[in-house]
Design a binder for this molecule. Structure first.
Ligand SMILES: Cc1cc2nc3c(=O)[nH]c(=O)nc-3n(C[C@H](O)[C@H](O)[C@H](O)COP(=O)(O)OP(=O)(O)OC[C@H]3O[C@@H](n4cnc5c(N)ncnc54)[C@H](O)[C@@H]3O)c2cc1C
Length: 397
């Protein structure tokens, strides 16, 4: 495996579950995730459950009503979650979800400070060159992110990531100690919201230990524009928006504000090359507007190991890694590329000043029961996904 992010670690967990051995080569000298948050939808939580880490993940998450509470910059609600409403979304500090996965990876599998620089492969095996030497394997998974080295080496014609004309500030506010205290949860105590302004939106998720994750996504003419004080820039742009938005930014340490440009990948013609497969952002990095990037990598891992598990009734000796990877590709490419296409379109729609009025009117006019139905666990096709069933570890012995 190349890459020890969420995609690489969940794949290690998945391979362990079907009795394979793996090495995770991670370029960073220390394992971890950036200081930001994320949400996971029912499809992703089902993938985690199928891989035996559902309960641990659930315990690290916090319910968020971001899909139920839609607001305008002056604070008015377009749609509002009600006490007693279930919410199918869980919000995480990224490091918390990463830690849950790392704890489920067998000791000694992860090597840090291990940068992969070369791949040789033939019909029988694949050999990976990394900063510490070479290692041979039956299978190589490139889970090395949007700027994947595995993709660059084996998919030389693939275009580089595409800048989508959007940029985002993200931060983790300390809502216990900071000025956001008390103002953060709404009057009903249902935390999490999206505030839609003309040309951008502001997302709030509650996360564990009295903190809140926020993200402001807006349009940008070019990539790479940076400010001497990113927190002040975000605060300046949002000064007139409703509380707790200014308070949350104020309660975020300067060094905890991250500014990134939003990019995705154009669809690849295949995710596999012989005994090598791409997974997660390396295969299908997507705009964050559907909150599905990491969730799709969790799905990838379950489908991959289901494909690697010989079908009951398959004649002995009929299994090949290449055929299993082709099954993985055939199942994952249509779904992940449709999700990426949808996320790209959603991002354009929700940050376009031109269509803002129409979008707000449409949301306001939607009857509340219909809106709430759309955000139940099976409310949309992406969330309805069910994982393939894996043989339980006990069945293998
Ligand atoms: C603003 C924003 C908000 C988001 N919100 C959500 C959300 O709410 N929900 C959600 O599901 N997703 C969300 N995502 C998407 C999510 O962050 C990604 O899809 C996910 O982190 C991808 O995981 P990955 O493991 O595939 O890649 P990465 O997390 O990028 O991990 C790749 C790893 O590979 C390592 N690596 C790279 N090259 C090499 C090499 N040559 N050798 C060895 N190691 C290497 C890197 O160091 C890294 O650790 C969001 C993304 C953004 C930008």
């Amino acid at each position: 495996m190349v890459g020890g992010g969420i995609g690489g670690l969940i794949t290690a967990v998945a391979l362990h579950r079907i009795g394979w051995q793996a090495i995770v080569l991670e370029r960073a000298t220390e394992l971890g995730e950036i200081g930001a948050g994320m949400s996971q939808a029912p499809n992703a939580m089902r993938a985690l459950a199928e891989l035996g880490v559902g309960e641990q993940a659930r315990a690290a998450g916090v319910p968020t009503y971001s899909a139920g509470n839609l607001r305008l910059p002056d604070g008015r609600y377009l749609q509002r979650a009600r006490p007693g409403d279930p919410t199918p979304l869980l919000a995480f500090h990224r490091a918390d979800l990463h830690r849950v996965l790392l704890e489920a990876v067998p000791a000694g599998w992860v090597r840090t400070g291990a940068e992969v620089t070369g791949i040789q492969h033939d019909a029988g095996a694949v050999t990976v060159t990394w900063s510490g030497g070479e290692v041979g394997a039956d299978l190589l998974i490139g889970a090395d992110g949007i700027r994947s080295t595995v993709r660059r080496l084996l998919w030389p014609d693939a275009p580089p990531p595409r800048f989508l004309g959007r940029t985002a500030w993200r931060g983790i506010a300390d809502t216990e100690a900071g000025t956001g205290t008390g103002a953060f949860a709404d009057a009903d105590g249902l935390s999490g919201s999206v505030t839609m302004g003309s040309g951008g939106y502001f997302l709030i998720h509650p996360i564990s230990r009295g903190r809140a994750y926020w993200a402001y996504v807006t349009t940008a003419e070019k990539a790479g524009v940076r400010y001497p004080k990113e927190k002040s820039e975000a605060a300046r742009r949002l000064a007139s928006w409703h509380e707790p938005i200014p308070a949350l930014i104020e309660a975020t340490p300067e060094q905890a504000v991250i500014h990134i440009d939003i990019c995705d990948l154009d669809p690849l013609p295949t995710y596999v090359h012989g005994r090598v497969a791409l997974l997660g952002d390396a295969a299908h990095a997507m705009s964050p507007d559907r909150g599905q990037g990491a969730g799709q990598s969790l799905e990838d891992a379950v489908v991959l190991v289901a494909a690697l598990t010989a079908e009951p009734g398959e004649p002995a000796g009929a299994f090949t890694v290449e055929a299993a990877l082709r099954r993985y590709d055939a199942e994952r490419r249509p779904r992940t590329q449709a999700t990426a296409r949808g996320a790209r379109a959603d991002g354009r729609r929700t940050t376009s000043a031109a269509s803002y009025r129409a979008l707000v009117t449409m949301i306001r006019l939607m009857p509340a029961p219909l809106w709430r139905k759309g955000i139940t666990a099976d409310g949309n096709a992406t969330w309805r996904w069910q994982p393939p069933h894996l043989p339980s570890p006990a069945d293998r012995h």
